[in-house]
Design a protein around this ligand. Structure first.
Ligand SMILES: [Zn+2]
Ligand SMILES: [Zn+2]
Length: 355
């Protein structure tokens, strides 16, 4: 497709906001790619890191870049080698674009591919009217899934993957951190049959939402001794599994101590610096397992999120914050910085601020 489009651009290798352009070329697709007319794209913490130009961004991004990776839209063009996608298909996108050649890809682990490319990070993404991506990195949407729900598959998938890695069925589970991904981990844990889900956070409002999305017990870890409370709730044993969404050292350390001996701690949240833990006493002597999850499993987590989303615990309106036109990105940023809960959704084709 020829022509120009609007979009946001990270212009240089330095801290700085994305700049709105109206004359970007529409991406030209390769034979194995599709062109997507973007319906909406959610803002991710990663986008904020890209603006801040932290070490993670410096190691991966070569500006100019169109960021944005949590998206949904309609396929408007397919490359000539693409067999199983067609014009008009509604899709969402997997951020991890695997090489399909390395040992990990060949052994069923493409989400931790050694040579993974990242949509909206190493490749141009979806804060624009159109985006291109390899066809096998798109996920076909059922008719009853809204675009807004669909653009949340990618971020929420990390929460679903966390609950899966914690093997929550029949278990007592602690979810630490009740932002949108934590809320998803909570509703996923309930959907997958956890016996007791305890949620903790520092903000009471977020804990109320956690309760509405399935948490059986909520604890404000800033106002109680979390480890002691967990002991009381579990007959002095500790939880079978804990899922950390915060990435914050004090929270990870507390979660590790909340897990029972021979239990499991799953880390989902990304610490921005090295973390110190008492491995001798909290992990080794107690034979605790500690593991991480990197985004979603391809495509297991996606289909499992459909189950969670259509189940009794998941509440989309609790996970979405506000909606903005793409050109009003700064207002979305202000909302995030002022602590408005939930994901901010950007619409490239809408002129005014909607909600
Ligand atoms: Zn993201
Ligand atoms: Zn690979």
């Amino acid at each position: 497709m020829k022509g120009t489009m609007c979009g946001l651009v990270k212009e240089s290798a330095a801290p700085g906001k994305f700049v709105y352009h109206t004359d970007l070329p529409i991406p030209q697709i390769n034979d194995d790619e599709v062109l997507i007319k973007i319906h909406c794209t959610a803002v991710c913490g990663t986008d904020l890191h890209i603006m801040d130009w932290d070490k993670w961004s410096q190691a991966r991004i070569k500006p100019p870049l169109i960021p944005g990776h949590e998206t949904a839209g309609d396929i408007v063009e397919v490359g000539k080698d693409v067999r199983d996608r067609k014009v008009g298909d509604r899709v969402s996108c997997e951020t991890h674009i695997p090489c399909n050649r390395c040992w990990f890809c060949k052994n069923g682990l493409p989400h931790i591919c050694k040579d993974v490319k990242l949509f909206g990070v190493t490749e141009n993404g979806a804060f624009a009217e159109y985006a291109k991506i390899r066809a096998d990195s798109t996920f076909l949407l059922d008719d009853d899934i809204s675009y807004e729900t669909a653009c949340l598959f990618e971020p929420m998938g990390a929460g679903v993957h966390g609950a899966e890695s914690a093997e929550v069925a029949g278990k007592t589970v602690l979810v630490s951190g009740c932002g949108p991904i934590g809320l998803t981990a909570i509703s996923a844990s309930k959907t997958f049959g956890a016996k007791l889900v305890i949620a903790c956070d520092l903000v009471d409002e977020r804990l109320e939402t956690a309760r509405e999305m399935g948490a059986d017990v909520v604890l404000n870890s800033g106002k109680c001794n979390l480890v002691e409370e967990i002991q009381k709730l579990t007959d002095g044993i500790g939880v079978d599994a804990a899922i950390d969404i915060t990435g914050a050292e004090p929270a990870i350390s507390a979660s590790l101590r909340c897990v029972r001996a021979a239990g499991r701690l799953v880390c989902v949240g990304l610490p921005t610096k090295n973390v110190t833990l008492d491995l001798t006493n909290d992990l080794i002597y107690r034979e605790v397992e500690m593991t991480g999850v990197s985004g979603r499993k391809i495509w297991d987590t996606w289909t499992d999120f459909e189950t969670v989303m259509k189940g009794p615990y998941y509440k989309l309106d609790k996970v979405i914050g506000r909606r903005f036109a793409l050109k009003e990105f700064d207002k979305a940023l202000e909302a995030i910085q002022s602590g408005v809960p939930g994901k901010m959704i950007l619409y490239p084709w809408k002129e005014p601020l909607e909600v």
